[in-house]
Ligand binder design. Structure first.
Ligand code: ATP
Length: 238
């Protein structure tokens, strides 16, 4: 990440339909540089679709996503990949490669400097250094999640998109992830069903319901009990 790089996200009138299903309806959202936004909501609310579009993995039907003022749909060049790290349910790991080789592949893709040192320090941090020579297909679910986190972080992206990152992690893994999220300023979008954790780690929290953004607040202004009540009122399933 270069000095003084900015990494704000601006979303306007974002709509996504799958046939007759309207997954997103005219979403407007701003995430300022180094802001941490958690999005929660009932199953099917559209959270993963929104994150997938920002990550460039899903094409929207209409609307705009700007990253540092750059239109992601029109100028979707490699630079967007350099700026974003994604941890989603698909781990984007090559099963037949070792843990180390996977990180090497992604590191080379993004021209990471001092790559071997970087990989070793990341594997230390995620607690997977002793398994660096294991093929990914031999790992447990939580171990894969740890490696996927290292993969998402290998190019030190200023923007991190996390979809249910806690799933599969043990207590130590959750603490480790927490440290990653707080060790340096970053723009983070977290999608989770873990309301207490989502509230605790973020600067802002938003609720999606039926493809719309229905509530947004500063996390520090909210106790968990107060938010829980708001959530029950707003987070309605399809
Ligand atoms: P969950 O909390 O269950 O993960 P979510 O809020 O992430 O849900 P999405 O996965 O974004 O919700 O789904 C939003 C809507 O879009 C749902 O009605 C879902 O069925 C639909 N949808 C998502 N992906 C597809 C797809 N590839 N094809 C058809 N419909 C889809």
């Amino acid at each position: 990440m270069s000095e003084g790089a900015t990494s704000g996200i601006r979303i306007r009138r974002l709509t996504k339909t799958y046939g007759r299903i309207r997954a997103l309806h005219q979403i407007n959202l701003d995430i300022q540089t180094n802001d941490f936004l958690t999005i929660v909501g009932a199953n099917g609310a559209g959270k993963s679709t929104l994150l997938g579009i920002i990550a460039g993995l899903i094409r929207p039907s209409r609307g705009q996503v700007l990253l540092d003022g750059q239109d992601m749909m029109q100028d979707r060049d490699e630079m967007v990949g350099y700026k974003i790290g994604v941890l989603a349910d698909h781990a984007y790991l090559y099963e037949e490669l070792t843990v180390y080789e996977n990180l090497q592949f992604y590191g080379r893709l993004y021209d990471v400097r001092s790559l071997n040192d970087k990989i070793e320090s990341l594997l230390e941090r995620v607690g997977m250094i002793s398994r660096s020579k294991s093929m990914v297909k031999t790992l447990s679910r939580g171990m894969r999640q740890r490696v996927a986190l290292a993969r998402a972080m290998v190019h030190d992206p200023p923007v991190l998109l996390l979809d249910e990152p806690y799933v599969g992690l043990d207590q130590g893994g959750m603490d480790m992830l927490q440290m990653f999220l707080t060790d340096q300023p970053r723009t983070v979008l977290l999608v989770t069903h873990d309301l207490p954790r989502g509230l605790e780690v973020s600067d802002r929290i938003a609720i999606m319901s039926r493809g719309r953004m229905v509530y947004e607040a500063t996390s520090t202004d909210l106790s968990f009990d107060a938010f829980d009540q708001v959530y029950r009122k707003f987070a309605v399933m399809m």
